[in-house]
Design a protein around this ligand. Structure first.
Ligand SMILES: *[C@@H]1O[C@H](CO)[C@@H](O)[C@H](O)[C@H]1NC(C)=O
Length: 249
């Protein structure tokens, strides 16, 4: 082999080795100037002053893409296949009270209807409404039958097939079906009677004849279905628990 051939072979091998080492695209050559790491789903590369710099997602989050995810281009790992094999999440969890990671959504220690949202290690208690329970797998409120270990709702403890008043509402009530509560509305012109636990012709002790005007929009039972993860629950309907608003960052 001639010297020249050796040289070209070495050049070829060197360029192959370089290609192999630098699997990550140079973020400075991309339009977004941000690229995912090739091994770790919680790391990414950003072009800073012409240099490619590696960054970590906030603890508990993984890289989703520029302007995507919940903060800094990072998202909850369970929201997509961000960490699919062979990619792994490399940073260990940093836990605080109620938070397994600094960012995330976590189950409550003692309640099936409550859960925690954690933002930079600060936990905020959230409440599932509309008879829903927190589903650890879905990271959101869900129908009780989908939530292992919490199938029956305490609302229906007294009578698994009875009706339960909903706060001071004259119109809506809970109907327990085999221990699962369902939000119900009395037929027009009837009111829920807290004594007989039925819809009756008003007036009752607590409720007058309903007005004929339509109820304001927030009175609509929007909580018939599971609450999308992106929405925080509206203030609760249980009388005994207060939910605090989630801080907005
Ligand atoms: C997160 O909290 C720490 C201290 O608790 C603070 O120093 C840091 O600036 C916070 N980060 C964000 C992004 O809010």
């Amino acid at each position: 082999m001639s010297g020249r051939r050796w040289t070209s072979l070495i050049v070829l091998l060197t360029s192959m080795a370089l290609t192999y080492c630098a699997q990550v695209e140079d973020p400075c050559k991309t339009k977004s100037r941000v690229v995912a790491d090739d091994k770790y789903c919680d790391k990414y590369w950003e072009c800073d002053n012409g240099q490619s710099i590696q960054y970590d997602c906030p603890n508990g989050l993984v890289f989703a893409g520029k302007h995507r995810g919940v903060t800094e281009g990072c998202d909850y790992p369970w929201r997509s296949n961000y960490c699919e094999y062979p990619k792994v999440q490399i940073n260990p969890p940093i836990g605080t009270e109620h938070c397994d990671w600094l960012y995330g959504i976590f189950g409550h220690e003692t309640s099936c209807t409550r859960y925690w949202t954690c933002w930079n290690g600060t936990a905020t208690e959230q409440l599932c409404i509309g008879g829903l329970l927190y589903n650890e797998n879905a990271h959101s409120c869900d129908w009780p039958e989908n939530v292992d270990g919490c199938q029956k709702h305490p609302l229906c403890n007294e009578d698994p097939n009875g009706n339960v008043p909903l706060g001071k509402s004259c119109n809506r009530y809970w109907q327990c079906q085999g221990g699962y509560p369902r939000l119900q509305r009395c037929p027009a012109m009837l009111v829920f009677d807290r004594r007989s636990l039925r819809c009756v012709v008003p007036p009752t002790e607590d409720c007058d004849v309903p007005t004929t005007t339509a109820p304001p929009p927030e009175e609509e039972p929007q909580d018939q279905r599971p609450i999308p993860q992106s929405k925080r629950p509206v203030p609760n309907e249980y009388q005994d628990v207060q939910s605090r608003p989630r801080p907005r960052n």
